[in-house]
Ligand binder design. Structure first.
Ligand code: AMP
Ligand code: MG
Length: 397
């Protein structure tokens, strides 16, 4: 059955069916950026913790206004020691605790102070007072397992008094690039037939962006023994092995037989996708292997569609967090047997997101990725997809 291709959605289901989150670990808050939370977090205390002033001004003991004695001050970090009585005022700064007996705050620009007294207008109960627990009352859920930890989440955890949090582990990734033609950037002028190893850099960066740690990065020669040896080491060192190239059926493609020799079980091979048909996926125990096409665009596309969801799941996060829809701005010819994944510019318009192909879409045109904010899927079929159609997109993060 040489031409039996699996569709994208089924391939992704197979991948996710073979990965589950790695054991979580406890991390200091300052080390948790980019991780996925692995616990539900409730507020142990009210946030904010006490009634406080929203303004610099005067806190008053009744609502009537008039000429009042200023009996003290409440500053941020230095609350007033005495309570406030009716017909009294106290100076108060933004964020400072409202003293016992304080019923409202009048902003400094509405008050006239002189000689230890202040004249304020009548006001309303609770004016300019932020209540304890107004943001989050004690006991309320603030964050949930699976949430991505960005700057706002870390700030909220700090506000809740959390010095450390339980996070999903960072999957360890090995990036192996196969090919006798590959030369590292900086490796001198290209000899006839040589090309630069761009996949090692793009794929490693994608892995890092997906929350993984790259633990190995190696060029594999088009040689059976070297392929087996390098793959064996990668399987020991990493949770996920990404191999680019060498997975087709040419006489110099050693990846599939090498993986079979190492006991890695194939779960799918070849996807109804353009670019990215020759994509291979297998596992050995908990270890996950992706054999991605060598063409630079195909490698990036198939990493995003298949390897990224696996890494997200291993890290404890949402595997589908990049999916959205947009309107395509051009007619585009369909392919009868394969869904196409286009590199598209993403534009926000009053009626929503729109996408346009960046430039010609050959799988070797690496610069078609530049400026691409998303991939857009043109479903297989006859004829063309019409400009204005709604298409599934994958946001590139
Ligand atoms: P392969 O799948 O090994 O037949 O490779 C397909 C195409 O991708 C060939 O033109 C390769 O030269 C190219 N290619 C393979 N690996 C890389 C790489 N690491 N960086 C850039 N291009 C590559
Ligand atoms: Mg090759």
């Amino acid at each position: 059955m040489p031409d039996e291709l699996i569709d994208i959605a089924s391939a992704r289901e197979i991948v996710l069916g073979h990965v589950r989150p790695l054991a979580p670990e406890r991390l200091a808050l300052a080390d948790a950026l980019g991780r996925v939370l692995a616990e539900d977090v409730e507020s142990a205390e009210n946030m904010p913790p006490f009634d406080s002033s929203a303004l610099d001004g005067y806190v008053v003991g009744d609502l009537e206004g008039g000429d009042l004695p200023v009996v003290g001050e409440s500053r941020a970090g230095a609350p007033a020691s005495a309570a406030l009585q009716a017909r009294q005022a106290m100076r108060i700064s933004t964020g400072a605790a409202v003293p016992a007996g304080g019923v409202a705050v009048v902003g400094v620009e509405r008050a006239q102070a002189a000689n230890g007294r202040v004249t304020v207008p009548p006001t309303q109960d609770g004016a300019n007072i932020r209540r304890a627990g107004e943001d989050v009352p004690a006991g309320e859920r603030v964050l949930s397992a699976g949430d991505d930890l960005g700057p706002a989440e870390l700030g909220a955890l700090a506000a809740l008094g959390r010095a450390d949090v339980v996070c999903g582990a960072q999957p360890r990734v090995a990036v192996l690039t196969t090919g006798d033609e590959l030369v590292e950037p900086g490796g001198g002028p290209l000899q006839p037939g040589q090309i630069r190893n761009s996949n090692a850099y793009a794929l490693a960066a994608q892995a890092q962006r997906a929350g993984a740690r790259v633990v190995a990065r190696e060029i594999v020669r088009d040689d059976r023994a070297h392929t087996v040896e390098t793959l064996a080491r990668a399987l020991d060192a990493a949770d996920v092995v990404i191999v680019s190239g060498g997975v087709s059926v040419g006489p110099h493609d050693h990846v599939k037989p090498a993986l079979a020799e190492l006991g890695v079980e194939q779960h799918f091979w070849r996807v109804a996708l353009k670019p990215g048909k020759p994509t291979w996926f297998g596992t050995r125990g908990e270890k996950v292997v992706f054999g991605l096409p060598g063409n630079p665009v195909s490698a990036i596309v198939t990493f995003h569609l298949f390897a990224r969801p696996a890494l997200r799941r291993l890290a404890g996060g949402d595997a589908h967090d990049t999916r959205a829809q947009a309107r395509i701005d051009v007619d585009y010819p369909r392919e009868p047997g394969r869904d196409q994944v286009l590199r598209v510019r993403l534009d926000a318009r009053p009626d929503g997101w729109h996408v346009t192909p960046t430039k010609p879409q050959g799988s070797h045109v690496l610069t078609s990725m530049l400026g691409a904010g998303a991939f857009a899927t043109v479903p297989r079929g006859e004829g063309q997809i019409a400009a204005g159609s709604l298409v599934d997109i994958e946001l590139l993060r």
